[in-house]
Design a protein around this ligand. Structure first.
Ligand code: NDP
Ligand code: GDP
Length: 326
C-alpha cells in the first residue's frame, strides 16, 4: 500500500486530495497543527465522509523538528505540501507570518525530506498569484512572474526552492502552478464562497445585501476536485517538472455573482453593494491559464464548468443553513 503525507489536510484541497488518494488505495497521513478548537479540526474531511480514514498526525510547517520526525517515522512515498497561509488579503496584515509559513515552511518540508527520506516524491502547491501583474495574455510555465502580494512573493520563493531542490539535490520535486479552484469546501473568506454563502443567506431571508470589493477582477476558476487529480498525476511521472493547471477561461467576480444569484432566480444587481474596505493595496486584475502542457504530458483537463461549480456551491450553502435551522 502506498503512503502519502499531506500537509494542509484540514484545508479545501487537503480534504479532496485525501478522498482521491483513499480511492486509489493509499494510506493517507494528514498533518494537523494543534488547535484549541479541536472539535472543528476535521470538518472538511467529515463533510466528505472520510474523517475516520485519514491517519492524523501532529506537526507544523514552522517546526522543522516535527517535519523531520514525521518524515523519518512514516517514510511516505509521496508528500503533498498544501499547507500555507493561503489568503492573499491576510498576507498584507501578516506578511512575516505569511513569509515564514508559505515560503520558509516549504523549505522546511524540502529539508526534512532531503535529510531523512530523499527518495520520497514531493509536490509543492504553487499558485497563479505568482503571475500577478501578468506578463502574457495567457500564463504558461514559461511566463515571467510578477508577484503582487506578500502571499505571492512567498509562494514564488517556495516555487523556486522546489525547482532548486530538484536541480541541486535530485529530489523528485514538482511544482503545480494552480489557478484558483473552488468547491463547497472553499474557505468562506474567498470571493466565490463569500458570494455563494451570501446568495444562500439572501435566498433564505437571513441577509439583504452582499458586500464585495473589486468586482472587475477576473479569475480562471476551476473545481478543486478536478485539480487534486493533477497533483497526483505530477507525482506519477518518471521525471519531476512544473505544470500550470487551469481551465483556460477567465470570468469576472461580477459575472460569477450574476451566475450564483441567477441559480436561485435572483438578480445580483438588486443585492450587491461595493464596499471600499474590501479593495486591496494592489490587485491582480486578470488571471488566465494555459494548461496545454498538463494536457499533453499528464493527460489532464479541467472537467467541471463554472456554471456547474457555482450551482453546486450555492446549493451546498443553502443546505448548510437549512440544516442549521433544524
Ligand atoms: P486552505 O486555506 O483551505 O488550507 C490551508 C491549510 O494549511 C490548512 O489545512 C491549514 O491548517 C494549513 N496550515 C496553515 N498554516 C500551517 C502551519 N503553520 N503548519 C501546518 N499547517 C498549516 O487552502 P487550499 O486548500 O485552498 O489550498 C491548498 C494549497 O494550495 C495552499 O498552499 C494554497 O496557498 C495553494 N493554492 C490554492 C489555490 C486555490 O485556489 N485554492 C490556488 C493556488 C494555490 P488549519 O486548518 O490549522 O488552519
Ligand atoms: P485570490 O485570487 O487568491 O486573491 O482569491 P480571492 O477569492 O480572495 O479573490 C479573487 C478576486 O476577487 C480578487 O481580485 C479580489 O480583489 C476580488 N474580490 C472582490 N470582492 C471580494 C471580496 O469581498 N472578498 C474577496 N476575498 N475577494 C474579493
Amino acid at each position: 500500500m502506498k503512503k502519502a503525507l499531506i500537509t494542509g489536510v484540514t484545508g479545501q484541497d487537503g480534504a479532496y486530495l485525501s478522498k482521491f488518494l483513499l480511492g486509489k488505495g493509499y494510506h493517507v497521513i494528514g498533518m494537523i497543527r494543534r488547535s484549541a478548537s479541536s472539535d472543528v479540526i476535521g470538518e472538511r474531511l467529515r463533510w466528505l465522509g472520510i474523517l475516520g480514514d485519514v491517519e492524523l498526525v501532529d506537526g507544523d510547517l514552522l517546526d522543522l523538528a516535527s517535519l523531520v520526525r514525521l518524515m523519518s517515522t512514516h517514510k511516505p512515498d509521496e508528500v503533498y505540501n498544501l499547507a500555507a497561509q493561503s489568503f492573499v488579503a491576510t498576507s498584507w496584515h501578516q506578511p512575516i507570518l505569511t513569509g515564514n509559513v508559505t515560503g520558509m515552511g516549504a523549505v522546511n518540508m524540502l529539508e526534512a525530506l532531503r535529510l531523512t527520506h530523499p527518495e520520497g516524491r514531493f509536490y509543492q502547491a504553487s499558485s497563479s498569484e505568482m503571475f500577478g501583474k501578468i506578463q502574457a495574455e495567457k500564463q504558461a510555465e514559461t511566463t515571467p512572474f510578477y508577484p503582487r502580494s506578500p502571499y505571492a512573493a512567498a509562494k514564488l520563493y517556495a516555487h523556486w526552492m522546489t525547482v532548486n531542490y530538484r536541480e541541486s539535490f535530485g529530489l523528485h520535486a514538482s511544482s503545480g502552478i494552480l489557478f484558483n479552484h473552488e468547491s463547497p469546501l472553499r474557505g468562506v473568506e474567498f470571493v466565490t464562497r463569500h458570494i455563494t454563502d451570501g446568495v444562500a443567506q439572501i435566498k433564505l431571508g437571513l441577509a439583504h445585501e452582499l458586500k464585495l470589493g473589486n468586482v472587475n477582477a477576473t479569475r480562471d476558476w476551476g473545481h478543486a476536485g478536478d485539480y487534486v487529480k493533477a497533483m497526483w498525476l505530477m507525482l506519477q511521472q518518471d521525471v519531476p517538472d512544473d505544470y500550470v493547471i487551469a481551465t483556460g477561461r477567465t470570468v469576472s467576480v461580477q459575472e460569477f455573482a450574476n451566475l450564483a444569484f441567477a441559480h436561485v432566480g435572483l438578480k445580483a444587481a438588486d443585492y450587491v453593494k461595493i464596499d471600499a474596505a474590501r479593495l486591496r493595496p494592489a490587485e491582480v486584475d486578470v488571471l488566465l491559464g494555459d494548461a496545454s502542457k498538463a494536457e499533453r504530458k499528464l493527460g489532464w483537463k479541467a472537467e467541471v464548468q463554472l456554471e456547474q461549480l457555482a450551482a453546486e456551491m450555492v446549493d451546498a450553502d443553502i443546505a448548510r443553513y437549512q440544516r442549521k435551522a433544524q
